[in-house]
Design a protein around this ligand. Structure first.
Ligand SMILES: [Zn+2]
Length: 118
């Protein structure tokens, strides 16, 4: 069975055609790939998304839907048994770029002996 998927992310329309031997497998692919997540729980964005992909050093390919508002990514995951699913949006932080902890508020000096009562 040949499957065709058309989906729109942001201003870009994607159309995919693929062929699977198994009919259910084709339906599954169409359902998952045709319905990328379009709501970012991190910033409540439901309008601005883009499709993105990258490869790591091992040659694994990653497909992500990127929230253009806050940069969170929802990764396309693969089941071991075959088939796909979308991860939840995750705010990505590069190693070494962790948001630094807010500066602790200045220590309130302990009342000294010369503190006068009000
Ligand atoms: Zn977001």
């Amino acid at each position: 069975m040949v499957g065709q998927v058309q989906t729109k992310l942001g201003n870009v329309s994607y159309s995919m055609t693929f062929e699977e031997k198994d009919e259910m497998e084709t339906m599954h692919r169409m359902a998952v790939l045709g319905n990328p997540p379009q709501y970012c729980h991190a910033c409540q964005n439901n309008q601005y998304f883009a499709l993105d992909s990258n490869k790591d050093k091992e040659g694994n390919t990653y497909i992500n839907v990127v929230c253009k508002k806050c940069g969170a990514k929802a990764k396309l995951g693969k089941y071991k048994a075959g088939g796909y699913f979308w991860h939840k949006f995750e705010v990505y932080q590069r190693p070494g770029e962790q948001t630094t902890q807010a500066e602790p508020s200045q220590d309130i000096p302990a009342p000294g002996d010369d503190d006068l009562p009000f």
